[in-house]
Design a protein around this ligand. Structure first.
Ligand code: GUN
Ligand code: ZN
Length: 433
Protein backbone atom coordinates (compact mmCIF):
# COMPACT_ATOMS: atom_id res chain seq x y z
CA UNK A 1 0.00 0.00 0.00
CA UNK A 2 1.25 3.44 -0.86
CA UNK A 3 2.49 5.66 1.95
CA UNK A 4 2.04 9.43 1.95
CA UNK A 5 4.15 11.69 4.15
CA UNK A 6 2.75 15.17 4.82
CA UNK A 7 5.32 17.68 6.02
CA UNK A 8 4.70 20.99 7.75
CA UNK A 9 4.12 22.37 11.22
CA UNK A 10 2.11 19.96 13.37
CA UNK A 11 -0.04 20.48 16.42
CA UNK A 12 -1.46 17.48 18.29
CA UNK A 13 -3.47 17.46 21.49
CA UNK A 14 -2.33 15.10 24.21
CA UNK A 15 -4.94 16.22 26.76
CA UNK A 16 -8.06 18.37 27.13
CA UNK A 17 -6.88 22.01 27.11
CA UNK A 18 -9.83 23.04 29.28
CA UNK A 19 -8.79 20.76 32.13
CA UNK A 20 -6.54 23.27 33.89
CA UNK A 21 -7.64 26.69 32.63
CA UNK A 22 -6.52 28.91 29.72
CA UNK A 23 -3.01 29.53 31.08
CA UNK A 24 -2.25 25.80 31.14
CA UNK A 25 -3.95 25.16 27.77
CA UNK A 26 -0.71 25.09 25.70
CA UNK A 27 0.57 22.20 27.83
CA UNK A 28 -2.21 20.05 26.37
CA UNK A 29 -0.65 20.21 22.90
CA UNK A 30 2.50 18.89 21.26
CA UNK A 31 3.87 21.25 18.62
CA UNK A 32 6.52 20.49 16.02
CA UNK A 33 7.77 23.35 13.83
CA UNK A 34 8.92 20.79 11.22
CA UNK A 35 6.78 17.75 11.69
CA UNK A 36 5.36 14.97 9.60
CA UNK A 37 2.20 12.92 9.39
CA UNK A 38 2.57 9.54 7.73
CA UNK A 39 -0.58 8.15 6.11
CA UNK A 40 -1.30 4.69 4.78
CA UNK A 41 -4.60 3.03 3.89
CA UNK A 42 -6.60 6.10 4.92
CA UNK A 43 -5.13 6.20 8.42
CA UNK A 44 -2.38 8.06 10.22
CA UNK A 45 0.36 5.58 10.95
CA UNK A 46 2.85 7.97 12.56
CA UNK A 47 3.18 11.57 13.75
CA UNK A 48 6.78 12.63 14.41
CA UNK A 49 9.60 14.90 13.28
CA UNK A 50 9.82 15.42 9.51
CA UNK A 51 13.42 14.29 9.13
CA UNK A 52 12.99 11.17 11.25
CA UNK A 53 9.93 10.08 9.25
CA UNK A 54 11.68 10.80 5.96
CA UNK A 55 14.64 8.71 6.97
CA UNK A 56 12.50 5.82 8.21
CA UNK A 57 10.16 5.82 5.20
CA UNK A 58 12.23 6.65 2.12
CA UNK A 59 9.55 4.95 -0.04
CA UNK A 60 6.78 7.36 1.04
CA UNK A 61 5.43 9.88 -1.40
CA UNK A 62 6.07 13.40 -0.01
CA UNK A 63 3.49 16.20 0.26
CA UNK A 64 5.57 19.10 1.57
CA UNK A 65 3.30 21.82 2.92
CA UNK A 66 6.22 24.02 3.95
CA UNK A 67 5.13 26.31 6.78
CA UNK A 68 1.53 25.06 6.58
CA UNK A 69 0.00 23.96 9.88
CA UNK A 70 -1.30 20.38 9.70
CA UNK A 71 -4.29 19.72 11.94
CA UNK A 72 -7.09 17.16 12.11
CA UNK A 73 -9.94 18.15 9.77
CA UNK A 74 -12.59 20.28 11.45
CA UNK A 75 -15.70 18.59 12.84
CA UNK A 76 -18.98 20.51 12.68
CA UNK A 77 -21.23 19.11 15.41
CA UNK A 78 -24.54 20.65 14.26
CA UNK A 79 -25.68 22.07 10.95
CA UNK A 80 -28.59 21.97 8.51
CA UNK A 81 -27.46 21.18 4.98
CA UNK A 82 -30.96 21.96 3.58
CA UNK A 83 -30.50 25.55 4.74
CA UNK A 84 -27.40 26.22 2.64
CA UNK A 85 -29.48 28.16 0.11
CA UNK A 86 -30.92 30.51 2.75
CA UNK A 87 -27.73 31.26 4.70
CA UNK A 88 -27.47 34.97 5.57
CA UNK A 89 -31.19 35.76 5.26
CA UNK A 90 -31.96 39.14 6.76
CA UNK A 91 -33.85 40.45 9.69
CA UNK A 92 -35.64 37.74 11.69
CA UNK A 93 -35.39 35.99 15.02
CA UNK A 94 -35.81 32.25 15.52
CA UNK A 95 -39.54 31.56 15.18
CA UNK A 96 -40.14 34.06 12.35
CA UNK A 97 -36.89 32.96 10.71
CA UNK A 98 -38.09 29.33 10.73
CA UNK A 99 -41.52 30.24 9.33
CA UNK A 100 -40.32 32.89 6.90
CA UNK A 101 -37.16 31.37 5.46
CA UNK A 102 -36.45 27.86 6.70
CA UNK A 103 -39.68 25.94 6.28
CA UNK A 104 -40.38 27.21 2.74
CA UNK A 105 -36.86 26.20 1.72
CA UNK A 106 -37.07 22.78 3.39
CA UNK A 107 -40.28 22.08 1.43
CA UNK A 108 -38.23 22.13 -1.75
CA UNK A 109 -36.49 18.94 -0.61
CA UNK A 110 -39.48 16.88 -1.72
CA UNK A 111 -37.53 16.98 -5.00
CA UNK A 112 -34.67 14.43 -4.71
CA UNK A 113 -32.66 16.12 -7.48
CA UNK A 114 -32.75 19.41 -5.58
CA UNK A 115 -31.69 17.62 -2.39
CA UNK A 116 -28.73 15.99 -4.17
CA UNK A 117 -27.67 19.30 -5.61
CA UNK A 118 -27.71 21.12 -2.25
CA UNK A 119 -26.02 18.20 -0.49
CA UNK A 120 -23.17 18.31 -3.02
CA UNK A 121 -22.84 22.09 -2.74
CA UNK A 122 -22.78 21.93 1.07
CA UNK A 123 -20.20 19.16 1.32
CA UNK A 124 -17.96 20.88 -1.22
CA UNK A 125 -18.19 24.13 0.75
CA UNK A 126 -17.34 22.23 3.92
CA UNK A 127 -14.26 20.62 2.36
CA UNK A 128 -13.12 23.97 0.94
CA UNK A 129 -13.28 25.25 4.51
CA UNK A 130 -11.32 22.31 5.95
CA UNK A 131 -14.37 20.66 7.54
CA UNK A 132 -14.16 16.91 7.00
CA UNK A 133 -17.08 15.82 9.18
CA UNK A 134 -20.57 17.34 9.38
CA UNK A 135 -23.46 16.46 11.64
CA UNK A 136 -26.51 17.54 9.72
CA UNK A 137 -30.24 17.75 10.06
CA UNK A 138 -31.91 16.71 6.83
CA UNK A 139 -35.59 17.44 6.09
CA UNK A 140 -38.71 15.40 6.67
CA UNK A 141 -38.22 13.74 3.27
CA UNK A 142 -36.33 10.42 3.39
CA UNK A 143 -34.78 11.27 0.01
CA UNK A 144 -33.08 14.26 1.66
CA UNK A 145 -31.31 11.81 3.97
CA UNK A 146 -30.35 9.54 1.07
CA UNK A 147 -28.99 12.57 -0.78
CA UNK A 148 -26.86 13.63 2.18
CA UNK A 149 -25.34 10.23 2.93
CA UNK A 150 -24.82 9.45 -0.76
CA UNK A 151 -23.01 12.76 -1.34
CA UNK A 152 -20.81 12.10 1.71
CA UNK A 153 -20.04 8.55 0.57
CA UNK A 154 -19.06 9.84 -2.86
CA UNK A 155 -16.51 12.09 -1.13
CA UNK A 156 -15.41 9.46 1.40
CA UNK A 157 -16.49 11.69 4.30
CA UNK A 158 -17.41 10.59 7.80
CA UNK A 159 -20.75 12.26 8.53
CA UNK A 160 -23.75 11.99 10.81
CA UNK A 161 -27.29 13.01 10.00
CA UNK A 162 -30.92 12.11 10.11
CA UNK A 163 -34.46 12.77 8.96
CA UNK A 164 -35.92 15.79 10.76
CA UNK A 165 -39.22 14.83 12.41
CA UNK A 166 -42.12 17.25 12.97
CA UNK A 167 -45.75 16.25 13.58
CA UNK A 168 -47.27 19.21 15.44
CA UNK A 169 -49.50 21.74 13.70
CA UNK A 170 -46.79 24.34 14.40
CA UNK A 171 -44.99 22.82 11.38
CA UNK A 172 -46.52 23.78 8.03
CA UNK A 173 -48.47 21.55 5.67
CA UNK A 174 -46.02 19.65 3.54
CA UNK A 175 -43.44 19.40 6.32
CA UNK A 176 -45.53 17.39 8.79
CA UNK A 177 -45.36 13.68 9.51
CA UNK A 178 -46.94 11.59 12.26
CA UNK A 179 -45.50 9.80 15.26
CA UNK A 180 -45.78 6.52 13.35
CA UNK A 181 -44.32 7.70 10.04
CA UNK A 182 -41.44 9.44 11.85
CA UNK A 183 -40.69 6.16 13.61
CA UNK A 184 -41.09 3.98 10.52
CA UNK A 185 -39.15 6.17 8.11
CA UNK A 186 -36.35 6.89 10.60
CA UNK A 187 -36.09 3.15 11.29
CA UNK A 188 -35.84 2.35 7.59
CA UNK A 189 -33.14 5.01 7.16
CA UNK A 190 -31.18 3.58 10.09
CA UNK A 191 -31.28 0.18 8.39
CA UNK A 192 -30.16 1.74 5.10
CA UNK A 193 -27.39 4.05 6.34
CA UNK A 194 -26.26 3.61 9.94
CA UNK A 195 -22.75 2.15 9.98
CA UNK A 196 -22.61 1.92 6.18
CA UNK A 197 -19.15 3.14 5.17
CA UNK A 198 -18.50 6.22 7.28
CA UNK A 199 -22.15 7.11 8.00
CA UNK A 200 -23.72 7.48 11.44
CA UNK A 201 -27.45 7.95 11.83
CA UNK A 202 -28.77 10.63 14.18
CA UNK A 203 -32.40 10.30 15.28
CA UNK A 204 -33.67 13.85 14.82
CA UNK A 205 -36.77 15.30 16.43
CA UNK A 206 -36.39 18.96 15.30
CA UNK A 207 -37.39 20.36 18.73
CA UNK A 208 -40.22 20.09 21.24
CA UNK A 209 -42.29 22.91 19.65
CA UNK A 210 -42.73 20.94 16.40
CA UNK A 211 -43.23 17.45 17.87
CA UNK A 212 -46.16 16.00 19.80
CA UNK A 213 -45.46 14.00 22.92
CA UNK A 214 -46.50 10.92 20.95
CA UNK A 215 -43.73 11.63 18.41
CA UNK A 216 -41.11 12.26 21.10
CA UNK A 217 -42.19 8.98 22.71
CA UNK A 218 -41.91 7.08 19.40
CA UNK A 219 -38.44 8.50 18.71
CA UNK A 220 -37.34 7.75 22.29
CA UNK A 221 -38.44 4.15 21.71
CA UNK A 222 -36.57 4.01 18.41
CA UNK A 223 -33.39 5.29 20.07
CA UNK A 224 -33.75 2.67 22.81
CA UNK A 225 -33.86 0.04 20.04
CA UNK A 226 -30.79 1.58 18.35
CA UNK A 227 -28.73 2.96 21.24
CA UNK A 228 -25.59 3.31 19.12
CA UNK A 229 -27.29 5.97 16.99
CA UNK A 230 -26.91 9.60 17.91
CA UNK A 231 -29.95 11.69 18.87
CA UNK A 232 -29.90 15.37 17.96
CA UNK A 233 -32.32 18.18 18.70
CA UNK A 234 -32.47 21.84 19.78
CA UNK A 235 -32.63 23.13 23.35
CA UNK A 236 -33.12 26.55 24.97
CA UNK A 237 -31.97 28.67 22.05
CA UNK A 238 -34.17 31.76 22.56
CA UNK A 239 -36.25 32.99 25.48
CA UNK A 240 -39.40 33.30 23.30
CA UNK A 241 -38.93 29.68 22.25
CA UNK A 242 -38.71 28.57 25.89
CA UNK A 243 -41.97 30.38 26.72
CA UNK A 244 -43.57 28.71 23.72
CA UNK A 245 -42.42 25.27 24.92
CA UNK A 246 -43.63 25.86 28.46
CA UNK A 247 -47.04 26.86 27.09
CA UNK A 248 -47.26 23.67 25.02
CA UNK A 249 -46.05 21.32 27.74
CA UNK A 250 -47.77 22.65 30.88
CA UNK A 251 -46.72 19.65 32.99
CA UNK A 252 -43.01 19.97 32.20
CA UNK A 253 -40.60 21.40 34.77
CA UNK A 254 -38.41 22.96 32.10
CA UNK A 255 -37.49 22.58 28.40
CA UNK A 256 -35.09 19.67 28.86
CA UNK A 257 -37.76 17.78 30.80
CA UNK A 258 -39.86 17.60 27.61
CA UNK A 259 -37.12 15.40 26.11
CA UNK A 260 -36.25 13.50 29.27
CA UNK A 261 -39.87 12.41 29.70
CA UNK A 262 -39.46 10.33 26.54
CA UNK A 263 -35.95 8.95 27.02
CA UNK A 264 -34.39 11.57 24.75
CA UNK A 265 -31.28 12.25 26.83
CA UNK A 266 -28.01 10.37 27.20
CA UNK A 267 -24.36 10.28 26.20
CA UNK A 268 -25.15 10.10 22.50
CA UNK A 269 -27.53 13.05 22.62
CA UNK A 270 -26.40 16.31 21.00
CA UNK A 271 -28.38 19.34 22.08
CA UNK A 272 -27.92 22.36 19.83
CA UNK A 273 -27.53 25.79 21.46
CA UNK A 274 -28.42 25.26 25.18
CA UNK A 275 -28.01 28.96 25.92
CA UNK A 276 -30.75 29.72 28.44
CA UNK A 277 -30.49 26.78 30.84
CA UNK A 278 -31.85 26.41 34.35
CA UNK A 279 -29.58 25.00 37.06
CA UNK A 280 -31.50 21.75 36.90
CA UNK A 281 -31.04 21.48 33.14
CA UNK A 282 -27.31 22.07 33.41
CA UNK A 283 -27.03 19.49 36.16
CA UNK A 284 -28.96 16.91 34.14
CA UNK A 285 -26.88 17.50 31.00
CA UNK A 286 -23.72 16.98 33.04
CA UNK A 287 -25.03 13.93 34.95
CA UNK A 288 -26.18 12.15 31.80
CA UNK A 289 -23.06 13.03 29.80
CA UNK A 290 -25.17 14.58 27.04
CA UNK A 291 -23.35 16.70 24.46
CA UNK A 292 -23.94 20.37 23.71
CA UNK A 293 -23.23 21.82 20.26
CA UNK A 294 -22.20 25.46 20.67
CA UNK A 295 -23.27 27.43 17.58
CA UNK A 296 -21.79 30.90 18.09
CA UNK A 297 -22.31 32.54 14.68
CA UNK A 298 -25.94 31.46 14.78
CA UNK A 299 -26.40 32.73 18.32
CA UNK A 300 -25.33 36.24 17.37
CA UNK A 301 -26.90 36.20 13.88
CA UNK A 302 -30.41 35.16 15.03
CA UNK A 303 -29.98 37.16 18.23
CA UNK A 304 -30.29 34.19 20.58
CA UNK A 305 -27.94 35.11 23.44
CA UNK A 306 -24.51 34.51 24.91
CA UNK A 307 -23.71 30.84 25.48
CA UNK A 308 -21.96 30.27 28.79
CA UNK A 309 -19.08 28.13 27.56
CA UNK A 310 -16.76 28.91 30.47
CA UNK A 311 -19.47 28.21 33.05
CA UNK A 312 -20.71 25.03 31.39
CA UNK A 313 -17.20 23.63 30.94
CA UNK A 314 -16.48 24.39 34.60
CA UNK A 315 -19.67 22.50 35.49
CA UNK A 316 -18.36 19.50 33.53
CA UNK A 317 -20.53 19.71 30.41
CA UNK A 318 -19.38 18.08 27.17
CA UNK A 319 -19.23 20.73 24.45
CA UNK A 320 -18.38 20.77 20.75
CA UNK A 321 -18.44 23.49 18.14
CA UNK A 322 -20.83 23.91 15.25
CA UNK A 323 -21.77 26.26 12.43
CA UNK A 324 -25.56 25.69 12.55
CA UNK A 325 -25.74 26.89 8.92
CA UNK A 326 -28.07 28.38 7.71
CA UNK A 327 -29.02 29.87 11.14
CA UNK A 328 -25.26 30.26 11.45
CA UNK A 329 -23.75 32.77 9.08
CA UNK A 330 -20.60 30.93 7.98
CA UNK A 331 -19.43 27.57 6.63
CA UNK A 332 -16.01 28.23 8.15
CA UNK A 333 -15.02 26.64 11.44
CA UNK A 334 -12.31 29.33 11.66
CA UNK A 335 -15.00 32.02 11.67
CA UNK A 336 -16.96 29.85 14.11
CA UNK A 337 -13.98 29.68 16.49
CA UNK A 338 -13.67 33.46 16.23
CA UNK A 339 -17.32 33.89 17.19
CA UNK A 340 -16.87 31.49 20.12
CA UNK A 341 -13.93 33.61 21.26
CA UNK A 342 -15.96 36.82 21.01
CA UNK A 343 -18.93 35.41 22.93
CA UNK A 344 -16.67 34.07 25.69
CA UNK A 345 -15.02 37.51 25.88
CA UNK A 346 -18.46 39.04 26.46
CA UNK A 347 -18.79 36.49 29.29
CA UNK A 348 -15.46 37.65 30.75
CA UNK A 349 -13.21 34.76 29.61
CA UNK A 350 -10.53 34.73 26.92
CA UNK A 351 -10.47 31.27 25.35
CA UNK A 352 -6.96 30.16 24.43
CA UNK A 353 -6.33 29.29 20.75
CA UNK A 354 -5.58 25.73 21.92
CA UNK A 355 -9.05 25.53 23.44
CA UNK A 356 -10.68 26.87 20.28
CA UNK A 357 -8.85 24.42 18.02
CA UNK A 358 -9.64 21.54 20.37
CA UNK A 359 -13.36 22.40 20.37
CA UNK A 360 -13.41 22.44 16.56
CA UNK A 361 -11.71 19.03 16.29
CA UNK A 362 -11.55 16.60 19.22
CA UNK A 363 -14.28 18.35 21.24
CA UNK A 364 -16.82 17.92 18.46
CA UNK A 365 -15.57 14.42 17.60
CA UNK A 366 -16.22 13.39 21.20
CA UNK A 367 -19.84 14.51 20.91
CA UNK A 368 -20.16 12.21 17.89
CA UNK A 369 -18.45 9.35 19.79
CA UNK A 370 -15.89 9.10 17.01
CA UNK A 371 -12.46 8.64 18.61
CA UNK A 372 -11.00 7.95 15.14
CA UNK A 373 -11.42 11.55 13.97
CA UNK A 374 -10.47 14.97 15.31
CA UNK A 375 -7.04 13.79 16.49
CA UNK A 376 -3.57 13.87 15.04
CA UNK A 377 -2.47 10.56 16.44
CA UNK A 378 -1.31 7.17 15.22
CA UNK A 379 -4.30 5.02 14.27
CA UNK A 380 -6.67 7.93 13.61
CA UNK A 381 -8.45 8.32 10.29
CA UNK A 382 -6.45 10.61 7.99
CA UNK A 383 -8.96 13.46 7.72
CA UNK A 384 -6.68 16.48 7.77
CA UNK A 385 -6.58 20.20 7.11
CA UNK A 386 -3.49 22.26 6.30
CA UNK A 387 -3.71 25.93 7.24
CA UNK A 388 -1.77 28.74 5.59
CA UNK A 389 -1.08 31.07 8.52
CA UNK A 390 -0.39 34.00 6.17
CA UNK A 391 -3.34 33.71 3.78
CA UNK A 392 -4.14 37.41 3.45
CA UNK A 393 -2.06 40.59 3.81
CA UNK A 394 -3.87 41.51 7.05
CA UNK A 395 -3.21 38.10 8.63
CA UNK A 396 0.31 37.85 7.31
CA UNK A 397 1.49 41.22 8.67
CA UNK A 398 0.20 40.22 12.12
CA UNK A 399 1.44 36.64 12.09
CA UNK A 400 4.95 37.84 11.16
CA UNK A 401 5.32 39.28 14.68
CA UNK A 402 4.32 36.04 16.38
CA UNK A 403 6.67 34.64 18.98
CA UNK A 404 5.11 31.22 19.28
CA UNK A 405 2.66 28.97 17.43
CA UNK A 406 -0.33 30.28 19.39
CA UNK A 407 0.36 33.87 18.37
CA UNK A 408 0.97 32.62 14.85
CA UNK A 409 -2.33 30.75 14.56
CA UNK A 410 -4.62 33.17 16.40
CA UNK A 411 -4.82 35.79 13.59
CA UNK A 412 -5.94 33.00 11.24
CA UNK A 413 -8.58 31.89 13.74
CA UNK A 414 -9.87 35.45 14.08
CA UNK A 415 -9.54 36.67 10.49
CA UNK A 416 -9.21 33.55 8.35
CA UNK A 417 -11.64 31.92 5.93
CA UNK A 418 -11.44 29.32 3.16
CA UNK A 419 -8.39 31.12 1.72
CA UNK A 420 -6.49 29.95 4.81
CA UNK A 421 -7.24 26.30 3.98
CA UNK A 422 -4.40 25.35 1.69
CA UNK A 423 -5.25 21.64 1.63
CA UNK A 424 -7.91 19.23 2.88
CA UNK A 425 -7.48 15.46 3.00
CA UNK A 426 -10.27 12.91 3.47
CA UNK A 427 -9.14 9.43 4.51
CA UNK A 428 -5.70 10.27 3.18
CA UNK A 429 -6.90 11.51 -0.21
CA UNK A 430 -6.32 15.14 -1.11
CA UNK A 431 -9.64 16.84 -1.91
CA UNK A 432 -8.43 20.45 -1.86
CA UNK A 433 -5.08 22.06 -2.58
N1 GUN B 1 -34.73 25.31 16.20
C1 GUN B 1 -35.52 24.44 15.54
N2 GUN B 1 -35.15 24.33 14.26
C2 GUN B 1 -34.08 25.13 14.10
C3 GUN B 1 -33.25 25.44 12.98
O1 GUN B 1 -33.41 24.95 11.88
N3 GUN B 1 -32.24 26.31 13.23
C4 GUN B 1 -32.03 26.87 14.45
N4 GUN B 1 -31.02 27.71 14.63
N5 GUN B 1 -32.80 26.60 15.50
C5 GUN B 1 -33.82 25.75 15.32
ZN1 ZN C 1 -29.89 23.95 14.35
Amino acid sequence: MEKLLLLGQTLAFTADPFANGPDAAPEAARYDSRGGVLVEGGRIIAVAGAEALRAEHPDAQIADHGQGLILPGFVDAHMHYPQTGIVASWGKRLIDWLNGYTFPEEMRFDNPAYASDVAATTLDLALANGTTTLTSYCTIHPASVDAFFAAAAARGMRVAGGRTCMDRETAPDGLRDTAQSAYDESKALIARWHGRGRATYAITPRFSPTSTEAQLEALGALWAEHPDCLMQTHLAEQTDEIEWVMGMYPGAEDYLATYEAHGLIGERAIFGHAIHLTERETARLVETGAGIAHCPTSNTFIGSGLFDLPGLRAAGARIGLATDTGGGSSFSMLRTMAAAYEIAQLRGTALHPAQLLWLATEGSARLLHQPGIGRLVEGAEADLVVLDLASTPAISQRARRAEDIWEAVFPTIMMGDDRAVSATYVAGQKVKG
